[in-house]
Design a protein around this ligand. Structure first.
Ligand SMILES: Nc1ncnc2c1ncn2[C@@H]1O[C@H](COP(=O)(O)OP(=O)(O)OP(=O)(O)O)[C@@H](O)[C@H]1O
Ligand SMILES: [Mg+2]
Length: 330
């Protein structure tokens, strides 16, 4: 388990300072695929670099499996770091080394005997599906293949944790999904706890079970992905979750509803029931539902052509049906 307690991190900047993390508290449990999402400059990379003490917070604690990282020697810290693999947007491969020599590198540092190390390299390349690229150099690989090498290298010393800082941001959508599937497999089959830093909701949606939303150095919201997605509470989460399109929708008479499907009500034909039971016809202007963790979540936005009375009646109807909604009269 990783615990971040009251983390504060500032960087000097010109005459003043930049606050990168402020009062950050998070608990990442073993087995989680934990997402951290936020806009550029929110503090995501700083946060993830604090987890392995590549950055030291000015105050607060980073506790990994019960060990306070500020209390250990450099030697112990190196040992703990072997238990925390990391991958980056830019892959950070050693260009002069072949694929297999890249993966071998951390094993050399850990002074693993040659034969055993080679066996581990072969095993890792098999896991990431690159056994046939052993002798290739990074410059001969695609972005997705490079990230696979980086993943193999990060897993070399059997880490319990894998930190991924925008690991798919440089990749096209198809390659992104293949890397995300690989991360899922690493989590479920090897039991590695994964921390995914991203600015893309899609990434969180497809791999994470938990998510923390970071805004301007602070944690704005944290919870199960399904909950945060279906019912975002903080302004920043709403902005990230609700597509631009929905926010920009205006309608002439000003009565707008957004229904939130939370895994239970999505199969209920709410709109047709509204028409049949109340004689109110909704103009659907946006619908987007998706499967997360086997349940249906999403949004449906509609406007009404009637006036205030119809607006109030619709609200009452939705409440009776137990549908989560946001109503807006502009
Ligand atoms: N080494 C540094 N020196 C000074 N300021 C820094 C340093 N690293 C980060 N910062 C500042 O700290 C804040 C948080 O940066 P951080 O890199 O953690 O954001 P981020 O969420 O990872 O952004 P991005 O999505 O662009 O990668 C920013 O204002 C950034 O300019
Ligand atoms: Mg970053």
């Amino acid at each position: 388990m990783i615990e971040l307690i009251n983390l504060e991190k500032t960087y000097p900047s010109g005459n003043g300072k930049v606050v990168a993390l402020s009062d950050v508290n998070l608990t990442i449990s073993d087995g989680d695929v934990f997402g951290i999402i936020g806009l550029s400059g929110a503090g995501k990379s700083t946060l993830v670099r604090c987890i392995n003490f590549l950055e030291q917070p000015q105050s607060g604690k980073v506790i990994v499996d019960g060990v306070d990282l500020s209390s250990v020697s450099q030697k112990e810290l190196r040992k703990i770091r072997r238990n925390i693999g990391m991958i980056f947007q830019s892959f950070n491969l050693l260009e002069q080394r072949t694929v297999e020599k890249n993966v071998l590198f951390p094993l050399e540092l850990a002074k693993i005997p040659k034969e055993k190390a080679q066996k581990r390299v072969d095993e890792l390349l098999e896991i990431v599906g690159l056994s046939d690229k052993k002798k290739a150099y990074p410059s001969q690989l695609s972005g997705g293949q490079k990230q696979r090498v980086a993943i193999a290298r990060a897993l070399a010393t059997y880490p319990k944790y894998l930190l991924c800082d925008e690991a798919t941001s440089a990749l096209d959508p198809n390659t992104t999904s293949s890397i995300l599937s690989l991360l899922k497999k690493i989590n479920s089959e090897l039991g590695v706890t994964i921390i995914v830093i991203t600015h893309e909701m899609k990434v969180i949606e497809s791999v994470c079970s938990k998510v923390a939303v970071i805004d301007n150095s602070k944690i704005a919201e944290v919870g199960d992905v399904s909950e945060v997605f279906s019912n975002p509470k903080s302004e920043i989460a709403k902005e990230l979750v609700i597509p631009d399109l929905i926010r920009s929708i205006k309608n002439q008479n000003g009565y707008k509803f957004r229904l939130v499907f939370n895994g239970e009500s999505s199969n209920t034909p709410t709109i047709s029931a509204l028409a049949l039971e109340k004689g109110i016809s909704a103009n659907i202007i946006y619908a987007d539902t998706k499967l997360i963790d086997g349940k249906i979540y999403g949004h449906l936005v509609f406007t009404l052509s009637g006036g205030r009375e119809q607006f109030e009646e619709t609200k009452k109807f939705l409440e009776e049906k137990g549908v989560k909604y946001f109503a807006e009269a502009e």
